[in-house]
Design a protein around this ligand. Structure first.
Ligand SMILES: [Zn+2]
Length: 236
């Protein structure tokens, strides 16, 4: 189980739940006291699935929130025929003690997992050339957004061998890459987050992918994510 846990951490939710550690359906938790007020101006379909405070912590009042980091998750390894099961993905987060503020489902539903006032555990170790002072410490300053997705062959190479990936890609081509509903929801969600955190400029210095923070450890949101579909350039 230790190896499985480490793998789950590496993927930030590429589930490796086995039959002995079957995921459990968890009822919707009550919103923590620090939950943000419900949004009023977007068409986003929010569903509250607050994670326990054991997978997040208080944000220092002096820490500016000025970045958004994008990720993907799936339950592909354990359940290749049902990789986007939200209950199981959230159980992987709990088991691995990782988290993000939001998770966007394939249909564009935005699951609220951690209040923005708290630090979620999504970035891990890494660094950015233009922000050397943030080395290994980006969670404190960022909002993490996960999206249910299976990446390209290159993206998935750190999690599975090429042969099973190709078999999967042949069987479920529509499960690889982000859906139009996810792009629509993500664009609205980013706008909404920025309304609360205006230091998050709408550019590729402030909105980045996990793979740009940890290029040797991470491959998300990966080759199948198109920044131009949310109005951003592909690179800085
Ligand atoms: Zn990630």
């Amino acid at each position: 189980m230790k190896l499985q846990l480490l793998t789950a951490i590496a993927a930030l939710a590429l589930s490796v739940i086995t039959a002995s550690g079957a995921a459990q359906t968890t009822p919707t938790a009550a919103a923590p006291a620090a939950a943000p007020a419900p949004p009023t101006s977007s068409t986003i379909h929010f569903v509250d699935r607050w994670l326990p405070n054991t997978v997040s912590r208080d944000r220092k009042p002096t820490s500016p929130v000025d970045m958004i980091m994008l990720h993907f998750s799936s339950d592909l390894i354990a359940h290749p025929d049902d990789p986007f099961n939200v209950d199981r993905v959230l159980q992987v987060y709990r088991d691995a003690k990782v988290s993000a503020h939001y998770l966007i489902g394939r249909d564009g539903t935005v699951y609220r997992l951690v209040p923005e006032s708290r630090v979620a555990y999504h970035a891990g170790k890494g660094s950015l050339p233009w922000l050397p002072g943030r080395k290994n410490n980006l969670n404190e300053y960022s909002i993490g957004i996960e999206m249910l997705n299976v990446g390209s062959a290159r993206d998935m190479a750190m999690f599975m061998k090429p042969e099973p990936y190709q078999a999967y890609a042949t069987k479920h081509p529509n499960w690889i890459g982000y859906t139009p509903a996810q792009y629509t929801a993500l664009k609205e969600l980013i706008a909404e987050i920025r309304s609360r955190h205006p230091l998050i400029k709408f550019d590729r210095y402030h909105i980045i992918g996990h793979e740009e923070w940890s290029p040797t450890r991470r491959s998300d949101p990966g080759e199948t994510f198109d920044y131009t579909k949310i109005g951003l350039p592909k690179t800085r």
